[in-house]
Design a protein around this ligand. Structure first.
Ligand code: CO
Length: 176
């Protein structure tokens, strides 16, 4: 899990469609990868980033922890092997985007609240309740670990509308 020069992967890259593997070793390099991902997320002005998006097929994500926003904005949080253990029946719609699918946005319906179990980079287990935007970000990023993208949730009409742009996007990164 090298950290040198994390590079964003874009739509069309097969890594974004594969299931990432569980992490079993909690060592300093893991913390290094998480820190580098936070850096990459910030540079890209994102609110969340999953390891496959930077070419690492492991179940790791970073996100802005919006439960306790302060003056400097939310602090980043890293989650290893995150799992949604409960979902609210109540849902809400929001127009999502993705760092791996630049320029494309679409309405996605998701549960308003989720309970997430995960380990921190030191291997300690936590369970948190997330709601609102934070819950949405976690669901979006955990989807990435299963090879799922927000565009998968769009209506057929919306999918048809973005089809050409998606195709272009996939080809524009072909030679990377
Ligand atoms: Co994304």
């Amino acid at each position: 899990m090298g950290t040198a020069g994390l590079k964003l992967r874009y739509y069309g890259d097969p890594i974004l469609r594969r299931r990432a593997e569980e992490i079993t070793v909690f060592d300093p390099p893991l913390r290094g990868v998480a820190d580098a991902m936070v850096e990459t997320m910030r540079e890209a002005e994102g609110v969340g980033l999953a390891a496959p998006q930077v070419g690492i097929e492991r179940r790791l994500l970073v996100a802005l922890d919006m439960r306790t926003p302060d003056d400097d904005g939310a602090a980043p949080i890293a989650m290893v092997n995150p799992e949604i253990t409960e979902r609210s029946r109540e849902t809400w719609v929001f127009e999502e985007g993705c760092l791996s699918i630049p320029g494309i946005r679409g309405d996605v319906t998701r549960p308003s609240q989720v309970k997430v179990r995960y380990r921190d980079v030191d291997g300690r287990e936590h369970t948190i309740d997330a709601e609102g935007m934070f819950a949405r970000i976690l669901q979006h990023e955990i989807d990435h670990l299963d090879g799922k993208l927000f565009i998968d949730y769009l209506s057929l009409a919306e999918k048809t509308l973005i089809k050409t742009r998606l195709k272009k996007l996939a080809h524009s990164h072909d030679d990377q």
